[in-house]
Design a protein around this ligand. Structure first.
Ligand code: NAP
Length: 297
């Protein structure tokens, strides 16, 4: 069933309405249309934000279509964040270092790629006054989100270990970071032995795998016994809002943060790139939270 919170808003669309959206596959779970449309409405902007399900094979056609249809801006999600790069006209410096794009801006016919995941993620640390310099941080996962997270944390002086199911993806991130920042990071396979060893001394653990994401609610990347009260645990998953990992970490006394604020902040940064205006964070946060609750019903 269609959520009812914005019933009737389509009547506001005019011939001049600018179109933004998100491309990904799957896309049905996305909270971004709710967040952005609420912010456009709140700020009285003549914009609309739509979901586009784009299969991997159709990515080049979809990017050409953005130009043809004069789409103002697009978010990029799984599985296109890396593959989209060679299809764009320009890449922002940070996105180029990270090697992943989650936001595209149509600048008068030039498609430029940005990465707002990194700043969205890092906001959690600045807002909560958590220092990362020289902290031992274990990142679980080496996908598109982990690339941005590892880069920003390495740039801020953290001592990073990446554990991932496939070692080659972790290796690729480590090589990229060494090339750009001259910082060495440790890598390993995501298995019990490596988890035991690296979590013993970890200050911060970040889950950037999709383990624990709905509908796989029973999964977790870390056995509960390896979590402790000295740790800060960040799970970038926002659906569900509290993953099994976060529940178990909280039970062990760890400080925990979910992925909703990262989602809101990366969205707000994209909104600002498209409109040139500061986004209403409160509006975006509420819309994302409301849609999440509706989806959970
Ligand atoms: P991705 O590029 O597809 O990467 C997925 C990661 O999860 C890879 O490291 C993959 O390992 C690992 N993984 C998947 N299934 C696994 C399994 N069964 N066992 C062990 N590892 C497994 O996705 P992404 O874009 O990085 O997103 C990862 C998660 O972050 C998703 O849950 C997504 O919703 C969330 N996310 C949140 C935000 C936010 O704003 N809060 C932003 C971006 C992403 P392999 O390399 O071995 O395949």
């Amino acid at each position: 069933m269609r959520p009812s919170t914005r019933e009737g808003d389509q009547s506001l669309i005019t011939g001049k309405t600018r179109v933004c959206g998100i491309i990904g596959d799957p896309i049905g779970h996305t909270l971004s249309p709710a967040m952005h449309n609420a912010a456009f409405l709140k700020m009285g902007l003549d914009y609309v934000y739509l979901p586009f399900k784009v299969a991997e094979k159709d990515l080049p056609a979809a990017i050409e279509g953005l130009m043809a249809l004069n789409i103002a801006g697009i978010n990029v999600t799984i599985p296109h964040k890396v593959a989209v790069i060679p299809l764009l006209d320009e890449i922002d410096e940070l996105a180029g270092y990270i090697g992943a794009v989650n936001t595209i801006v149509n600048q008068n016919g030039i498609l430029k790629g940005y990465n707002t995941d990194a700043s969205g993620f890092y906001h959690v640390f600045t807002a909560n006054k958590i220092a990362v310099s020289r902290k031992k941080i274990v990142i679980l996962g080496a996908g598109g989100a982990a690339r941005a997270i590892a880069f920003i944390l390495a740039d801020k002086g953290a001592e990073i270990t990446i554990l991932n199911r496939s070692l080659d993806a972790a290796q690729a991130i480590s090589e990229r970071i060494f090339k750009t920042l001259r910082t060495e990071i440790k890598i390993g396979e995501l298995n019990l032995q490596n988890l035991k060893f690296s979590l013993e001394e970890a200050d911060i653990v970040v889950n950037a795998t999709s383990l624990g994401m709905s509908p796989q609610l029973k999964e977790t990347p870390v056995p509960a016994r390896l979590l402790n009260e000295r740790m800060t645990v960040v799970d970038i998953i926002y659906n569900p809002i509290q993953t099994r990992l976060l529940k178990e970490a909280e039970k062990q006394g760890a400080k925990v943060f979910n992925g909703l604020e990262m989602l809101v902040r990366q969205g707000a940064a994209a909104f600002e790139l498209w409109t040139g205006l500061k986004a209403s964070i409160e509006t975006m946060r509420k819309a994302a939270g409301d849609r999440l609750s509706e989806n959970e019903k």
